[in-house]
Design a protein around this ligand. Structure first.
Ligand code: TXA
Ligand code: MG
Length: 324
């Protein structure tokens, strides 16, 4: 199989029709979202969800995020407490995933929730929302990459990786945010951050008027079960907080770079002006390019820990983790 690649900008109607057709046949398709490209399938059909896992080569079932067209659709499937609703109103459509109690009458299949009594929901920005509206059912969608690899931020990344395994890749251009959604759970009136992501924790705290409790670090029980170390693994080894590359290393820079470094073998600047949103948008593509440069190791400049830097550092730490 070679995936059909359809440009949404050039052929929106054809893209929508082809997407709905594949989904109705319980086939996963690659779709753009503002965070990363997703491998999407009908969240109510076990056969469709199983194909997501087969396509990714994911060894076991983790709960998947269920993507909805809007808050009204989300409310058909999950119970909203007032704080979760406030966050949904503020950030949807956008890169926020809420973990919510699943309604018993929801047709979302156990394979999408991994049998939990909660469901991860988000409303994506852009054409993905139109697909969900046209299809009429929630779409389960992890990132559209082989398990353990770096998430795709362009249709080309997806086609190079999964193009032989799926029937359709919709091209919506480079993902604007570039890192996966922020995952939050409201529990007993407290707000917990399960995964840092495309909305800065500070922004969520500002809207909520509450601090976000951070996940326990290394060795803690994995609460968002997809949050394994050694994820986002490039081929090259990764060295963090490097002020300059060693000979033979590719270098991912951040902010102004001295000329003697800028002239090095492979240097990619995530954001020459030191802008974290720009760095997030460039991160995964830069890691792939550093890999493609053939360097056996990549060094990464220090990235500030605030704002979107929290998600960037989280993904970099996973990329640098020992390979399991
Ligand atoms: O930006 C994104 O979130 C992308 C795009 C495609 O939307 N999707 C994505 O999905 O990253 P996925 O399936 O790779 O990430 C799902 C994460 C995992 O860490 C999983 O453990 C967590 O969400 N999750 C899903 N449902 C959950 C639940 N009921 N309770 C706790 N964690 C949950
Ligand atoms: Mg992923």
């Amino acid at each position: 199989m070679t995936a059909r690649l359809i440009s949404i900008a050039d052929h929106p109607e054809e893209a929508l029709a082809a997407a709905v057709d594949e989904l109705a046949r319980r086939k996963p398709i690659a779709i753009p979202t503002e965070t990363v490209y997703g491998l999407a399938a009908d969240a109510t059909e076990p056969e469709a969800i199983t194909r997501i896992y087969e396509t990714k080569g994911r060894p076991r079932f983790n709960p998947l995020i269920c993507h909805m067209a809007d808050l009204a659709m989300a409310k058909e499937h999950a119970v909203f407490d007032p704080l979760s609703e406030k966050l949904a109103q503020a950030f949807w459509p956008g890169p926020l995933t809420l973990i919510l109690p699943l309604k018993p009458e929801s047709p979302i299949h156990d394979l999408a929730t991994a049998g939990l009594d909660t469901v991860g929901i988000r409303v994506p920005l852009g054409f993905a929302g139109e697909i969900i509206r046209a299809f009429g059912r929630p779409l389960a969608a992890p990132s559209a990459n082989t398990s353990g690899a770096i998430s795709p931020t362009t249709a080309r990344h997806v086609a190079d990786d999964l193009g032989g395994k799926i029937g359709l890749v919709l091209d919506g251009g480079p993902a604007r945010v570039g890192v996966e959604s922020t995952i939050v759970k409201v529990e007993d009136g407290t707000l917990r951050l399960l995964r840092p992501g495309g909305i800065a924790a500070e922004e969520i705290e500002h809207v909520a008027g509450l601090p976000l409790a951070r996940p326990e670090k290394a060795g803690a029980i994995i609460e968002a079960p997809g949050m394994l170390a050694s994820h986002y693994a490039p081929n090259a080894s990764v060295r963090l907080n490097a002020s300059a590359p060693e000979p033979g290393e590719a270098y991912l820079a951040f902010g102004p770079v001295p000329a003697e470094i800028a002239d090095g073998a492979f240097v990619f600047n995530l954001s020459p002006t030191g802008n974290l949103a720009e760095a997030a948008a460039n991160l995964f593509a830069a890691m792939k390019r550093a890999d493609a440069s053939g360097a056996a190791a990549m060094a990464v400049a220090p990235i500030p820990a605030e704002g979107l830097g929290e998600a960037i550092n989280d993904r970099l730490e996973r990329a640098a983790a020992p390979r399991g």
